[in-house]
Design a binder for this molecule. Sequence first.
Ligand SMILES: C[S@@+](CC[C@H](N)C(=O)[O-])C[C@H]1O[C@@H](n2cnc3c(N)ncnc32)[C@H](O)[C@@H]1O
Length: 360
Amino acid sequence: MAGITAEIDTQKATKTAEHVMGLLGGAVVSGMIYLGDRMGLYRTMNSAGALTSEELARRTGLNERWVREWLYGQSVANLIDYKGESRFELSPEAASVLADEGSPFFLAGGFSGFPQQMAVLNFLPESFKSGIGLTYDQLGAEVNRGVERLLAPWFRTQLVPNALPKLDGVAAKLQAGTRVADVGCGAGVALIEMAKAYPRSDFHGYDIAKIPLAQALENAKRAGVQNVRFHDAVSEPLPEDASHDFITTFDCLHDMTRPDLVMRAIRKAIKPDGTWLIADIHGQSTFEGNLKENPLAPLMYGFSVLCCMSSALSEPGGLGLGTLGFPEPVARKMTAEAGFTRFSTRDFENPINAYYEVRP
Ligand SMILES: C[S@@+](CC[C@H](N)C(=O)[O-])C[C@H]1O[C@@H](n2cnc3c(N)ncnc32)[C@H](O)[C@@H]1O
């Protein structure tokens, strides 16, 4: 190729260029998934059989030409099946990922924060210079909503029926009635699911971000649960009075500026025979391990810069663990340093998360 020096391996450069174009393609298709979720296109196609663009446009109230271009894009991206004769179908399997909010496979909700998440890129050059990242409130409402909808399917379909019964003695205590805290509760989906299942127990959510806390109140109202309270952990911290039989932290320790201090507070808040369930991102214990064996690592390191490490560095002195910064060896070490003596891993069949049952 003209203008290319002899030193570079042009085949390798071509492959790299193809790879980079593929990555750009993934980003652009992510935007299209966002639109499909936001405008109800996937929901309308769910169980509707093979539709033409005219039919889909009529059913969604959208402009046919735009819907047609979106359908073409979805088909070449292998998300929607082209059935011939200008008809397009969302298979039941694709619907479980893209359309059905009640499915354990549902992922499209996680894209609802995509535009705002990308807009955060405008602020990150400053963070790269100053070292200080953005809190969840600074990330904005759509990012928080995306996090909520990304994590909600596991809470709605797995937490109560499959995970809690596998923890030593926890379900019986919840059934009898006890005090439970979810620290870093976000929009409260996990807590509300537990509160619905165990009406004799009192559930308390703690978070430092006002946006998800406001959403949590709305979610609890909509669910009609009376046994849930949410607390701004800055003004109303977790009471350190050994009163909790069960404490949970779901995908949040790696986001905290000082998870070590929060862990010590949890140690003081939990009863001597209480249980702390930790969910955190499943990853290898070293960067080299993630490089070789973690297919989700590119996504996770990206999330880290955009969101998790950013939050964990949002004030000076933050530990900055980041999305892949809390693998099992770190979890074992930090929980032991906080005064916990028992640590077991639990496999709740979630490709994203590892689970740890930790006790004093
Ligand atoms: C990824 S979100 C997870 C939210 C929720 N657990 C869920 O699964 O949907 C992480 C949450 O941790 C919260 N957080 C960060 N630092 C915190 C702290 N020191 N105490 C309580 N919450 C904190 C953030 O505000 C954010 O809502």
